[in-house]
Write a protein that binds this ligand. Sequence first.
Ligand code: FAD
Ligand code: NAG
Ligand code: NAG
Ligand code: NAG
Ligand code: NAG
Length: 547
Amino acid sequence: MLRILLLVICSIFIFVNSTSSSLSVHDNFIRCLSQNSPPHLSISKILHVPSNSSYSYLLESFAQNLRFSSPITPKPLFIVTPLIDSHVSATVICCREVGLQIRIESAGHDYEGLSYTASLPFVVLNLINLTSISVDLEDNSAWVESGATVGELYYRIAEKSPVHGFPAGICPTVGVGGHITGGGFGTMLRKYGLAADNIIDAHIVDVNGRILDRESMGEALFWAIRGGGGASFCVVLSWKVKLVYVPPTVTVFSVARNIDQGGTKLVHKWQTIGPKFDENLFVRAIIDAADHGGNRTLKVTFNSLFLGKADKLLDIMNESFPEMGLKTNDCNEMSWIESVLYFSGYSEGSTIEVLRDRTPQRKNFFKAKSDFVKEPISESVLEELWKWCLEEEKPILIFDPFGGKMDDIPESEIPFPHRKGNLYNIQYLVQWYDSETAESTEKHIDWTRRLYEHMTPYVSSSPRAAYLNYRDLDLGSNGDDKTTTTNYHQTQSWGLMYFKDNFKRLAIVKGEVDPQNFFAFEQSIPPLILNEEERNRAKKKQMVWFY
Ligand SMILES: Cc1cc2nc3c(=O)[nH]c(=O)nc-3n(C[C@H](O)[C@H](O)[C@H](O)COP(=O)(O)OP(=O)(O)OC[C@H]3O[C@@H](n4cnc5c(N)ncnc54)[C@H](O)[C@@H]3O)c2cc1C
Ligand SMILES: *[C@@H]1O[C@H](CO)[C@@H](O)[C@H](O)[C@H]1NC(C)=O
Ligand SMILES: *[C@@H]1O[C@H](CO)[C@@H](O)[C@H](O)[C@H]1NC(C)=O
Ligand SMILES: *[C@@H]1O[C@H](CO)[C@@H](O)[C@H](O)[C@H]1NC(C)=O
Ligand SMILES: *[C@@H]1O[C@H](CO)[C@@H](O)[C@H](O)[C@H]1NC(C)=O
């Protein structure tokens, strides 16, 4: 019944653009929000409508991908910026009550803009005012609210200790909420795994507006939100993260070589040794185009963090990768928090205060895709890949090595399944800056699609694997189908790519906690509702824990 009601309300809203019906959804939402918020806090501070200047500020400053910041991008009816947890509950309850979609936004880095756009009438729940972080060194943990960025988390940890850190993403402006719930990896993944592997508790708001922790949500849901994409299940309010040890001195380097001056051979060898190095060593390879007085060539940059001192690093490299010719003066010793700045491209001399700055250094239009590589790619195929890159204006390929700790964690431990057997992850990224014509936008996107097609034989298959945090709607979409009949079998084509065998288990958890599919969006997990017999079978196979 609720489903039909929601459909009716939404349809009226879309098709009968009369002020009376849109006014009533509008007014009902506001009335509901006031009724469900604590009386001492007026909702006028947390509710933003298009006529408020804060509305466009919040939309524009958060949208990281300019592709979804155009006048034709669908905009929310309201943006709600909760100050306390019960505001989040109220927003969930009221979106359900009046039949509006909800979009949860922590820091807006979603590659396809799914945290701030939707095709049906919607509300953006923006967590900008839920950013507190408390670090507890004695417990080796920290509670961090979803609206904080990973840069703020790193900063708060470093403020208290030079030998503690957290293994999450490289870009400091990434939001803790979206990033961790999608997996999250950076320079310490070979030593400590993903951000989602290092979560010990969480607070959420469920579909009924209840505030729950690990114990009260149960292990099934707690499993699902660590890598399965929380927005399909609930709103994550905060995470309790496990701090990890970092040595007082780490070493970084960046060594660049032209592709046509031996670079290809280095990349070819890197494929087999990058994932096998000592787990304290992370060396990624970034391929991009360089201009030499009008001659365009490609270069590869080996960009590295070593959790230790330079002399030890030089020994390792001399032994395993002498071809690269790493020299003493390529190496920079520093603290771990300084290495965070180094990797995020801040200029030398920046203080760590910049990590508290939420605005990205620059924004652009972009499209990305991802792959996992299990067998080294031959030199001749690499050469072909470089030719593709020379066709595109600003292509970037990022090869992140796996192995180490990633090999030790079972595929079903959390929903992120890309573990043992993967040598490295590829991100194919194209960026463009000016607001070019729609035609040229199409041209850039088309390039990524053709390249992806071309790479099919050389990367993981059955399923071809993809990383959720590099979201790609080309893989498949639920479209506007926000009904409970969103078909599990139809969504398998992309679900298996992100989650492999964990997809079914995610769908079962979804069927348990949100059977009406309120938390629905283009790539949300569909509810798989089991009958009694299937439930018992699943239980026996320990596919899922029931309450
Ligand atoms: C410049 C840049 C650099 C990046 N670098 C890395 C990197 O080094 N490593 C890496 O692994 N990834 C990286 N990413 C990808 C990044 O991890 C994902 O885009 C991530 O989802 C961003 O989280 P967010 O909170 O900023 O985004 P948002 O757009 O706010 O959210 C992303 C998704 O998560 C959902 N969501 C957000 N908050 C919540 C919540 N509180 N509860 C439930 N659901 C929520 C949203 O609805 C949306 O579906 C990078 C992305 C960009 C743009
Ligand atoms: C939005 O505008 C209304 C009406 O002018 C005002 O009452 C409200 O406080 C504004 N909201 C915010 C968040 O500034
Ligand atoms: C919410 O966050 C915004 C942006 O950081 C800030 O300007 C505003 O003052 C905050 N609002 C409240 C009520 O704390
Ligand atoms: C550009 O390439 C041409 C042809 O290979 C070469 O002769 C020329 O020196 C190059 N210019 C620069 C600035 O490298
Ligand atoms: C590298 O190792 C070789 C022996 O394996 C040694 O002769 C050489 O001096 C080493 N070079 C450096 C820079 O340590």
